[in-house]
Design a protein around this ligand. Structure first.
Ligand SMILES: N[C@@H](CCC[C@H](N)C(=O)O)C(=O)O
Length: 273
């Protein structure tokens, strides 16, 4: 049986297993990802963050002298971007002495180049690219439906504002089937449900593509803030805590906590080893 070292971290309780693979030698199949993310038989996480040197990533055509964040959802699927993951990825790289935490750190992702930096208050800020507001669609959750805004933050989101007589706590995001039009979201979608509590203040629950309901989603938080409009600075409450979004520049900026909680070694089961 072979084994692998890992770290475990989270950003507002959106949790990740981190793997260090500088030269991109690790053959990480969907089955390996599902095993690591399994909360009963594995380590347990919403997703995997694999740190690879960018020059070892054939699909990356930018500068090679930086880290590439290879993000995978818990079901083994690959996603373009992960906002909470990016902050946790930076925290891990800094903790391992692999980047200089006094500098702005470039990170390559499937959604393009991103940058992160460490704030004096302990939080991490990351650029999130240009947010693209798309068309109006309809989202269905069980027997209910809402108008929603399609939003791209490098990955696809459908953001719905609840009606004034509805509350976030009533939503069945654990078991009810959820859907948005496949012609708008051919690769699936992340779903955000939002309640505004004042200018620049929203609360949100999220159902992530490839995972299910999570306590937080950084790209989803940025999508929700952009769809809400009306304020360049937005404070977003999620089940796992609070995040800030700055929409004043060309690129959105996401600010929030990022914590490494454990390090260990996991043995691959025989069928995966
Ligand atoms: N939790 C992430 C988003 C992860 C990817 C998403 N599930 C997708 O498939 O697009 C975040 O913090 O942004």
């Amino acid at each position: 049986m072979s084994s692998i070292s890992f770290a475990k971290g989270h950003g507002t309780r959106n949790d990740f297993v981190l793997l260090l693979d500088p030269s991109g030698e690790l053959e990480l199949s969907a089955a390996h990802v599902r095993f690591l993310c399994d909360r009963r038989a594995g380590v347990g996480a919403d997703g995997i963050l694999r740190a690879v040197r960018a020059e070892a990533v054939p699909e990356w055509d930018g500068p090679g002298d930086q880290w590439f964040m290879d993000y995978r959802n818990a079901d083994g699927s690959i996603a373009e971007m992960c906002g909470n993951g990016l902050r946790v990825f930076l925290r891990y790289l800094a903790e391992q002495g692999l980047v200089d935490s006094a500098e702005r750190v470039p990170v390559a992702t499937r959604a393009g180049a991103r940058t992160g930096w460490f704030l004096p208050d302990g939080r991490v800020a990351v650029t999130m690219g240009r947010v693209q507001l798309g068309e109006q669609v309809e989202v269905r959750l069980g027997e209910h439906s809402w108008p929603a805004r399609a939003v791209s933050v490098g990955n696809p989101h459908a953001v719905s504002a609840l009606r004034s007589d509805e509350s976030l706590s009533e939503l069945d995001l654990q078991s009810a089937p959820i859907a948005a039009p496949a012609e708008v979201f051919p690769a699936g979608a992340n779903f955000e449900f939002v309640v505004s509590s004042g200018p620049g203040e929203i609360s949100m629950r999220v159902h992530e593509r490839g995972v299910g309901e999570t306590a937080s989603c950084g790209t989803g938080v940025v999508a929700a803030a952009a769809a809400a409009g009306g304020s360049e600075h937005c404070r977003v409450r999620v089940r796992g805590g609070e995040l800030e979004v700055d929409l004043s520049g060309d690129e959105a900026v996401l600010i929030g906590p990022a914590v490494i909680v454990a390090h260990g070694v996991v043995d691959w089961p025989d069928e995966l080893g």
